[in-house]
Design a binder for this molecule. Structure first.
Ligand SMILES: C[S@@+](CC[C@H](N)C(=O)[O-])C[C@H]1O[C@@H](n2cnc3c(N)ncnc32)[C@H](O)[C@@H]1O
Length: 179
């Protein structure tokens, strides 16, 4: 079972930081891959550096034909969830998505600017994290946390050079030196 996140759009300078945060949130909360529709070397570098130091096998891809990507994903045992404030409330629809998700892959779409109507139409589920406008990072985090029921917060990443030992009262970090 695989979870991928498709970031639709990216407005250069303005979105560098938030697009990086979308990718890091995806990785930290259980997704296997982030797909961008706009190239940005700075974002790619930042994400790759995190993976190099903090481990795991998180993939980064840039595509041009996002509609084809979605259609192809659906044809290959995948369901597609588009996060939008106009969608069905996550509280009401999550059980159904989880049932559908069993044995399948899931593609989660988040936008940057106005999302084209085809994204709404191609999605199997248009899901809102409440019906107020907020942020793609917040929406993605809540959705993934609900999907994995908090379990991915304990996830250990393979080949990590840096690991944190969780502590209430001190900062404990293990750093593996390069040989
Ligand atoms: C800052 S919003 C911009 C949305 C844009 N104004 C539009 O009309 O599509 C960027 C993204 O955050 C996500 N988002 C924001 N609020 C949300 C909510 N309440 N529920 C689900 N996703 C949300 C959506 O994926 C959206 O495309």
């Amino acid at each position: 079972m695989r979870v991928e996140v498709l970031r639709l759009g990216h407005r250069g300078e303005r979105d560098k930081r938030i697009s990086t945060h979308v990718a890091l949130t995806a990785r930290a909360l259980g997704a296997d891959k982030i797909i961008f529709t706009v190239e940005d070397e700075h974002v790619e570098e930042s994400v790759k550096k995190i993976v190099e130091n903090w481990g795991g096998n998180f993939k980064f891809e840039v595509i041009k034909k996002w509609k084809e990507y979605i259609k192809n994903f659906k044809e290959n045992n995948g369901i597609v969830v588009h996060l939008t404030m106009y969608g069905a409330n996550v509280n009401e629809i999550m059980d159904e998505i989880k049932k559908e998700f069993e044995g399948k892959n899931i593609l989660v779409i988040v936008g940057a600017e106005k999302v084209p109507k085809e994204a709404y139409e191609l999605a199997d589920y248009n899901v809102s994290i409440g019906n107020q406008p907020h942020s793609e990072v917040a929406a993605l985090a809540i959705f993934l946390d609900r999907l994995f029921e908090g379990k991915t917060l304990y996830r250990k990443f393979e080949n990590a050079k840096i690991r944190i030992i969780p502590s209430n009262d001190k900062k404990q970090v293990i750093i593996k030196k390069d040989k």
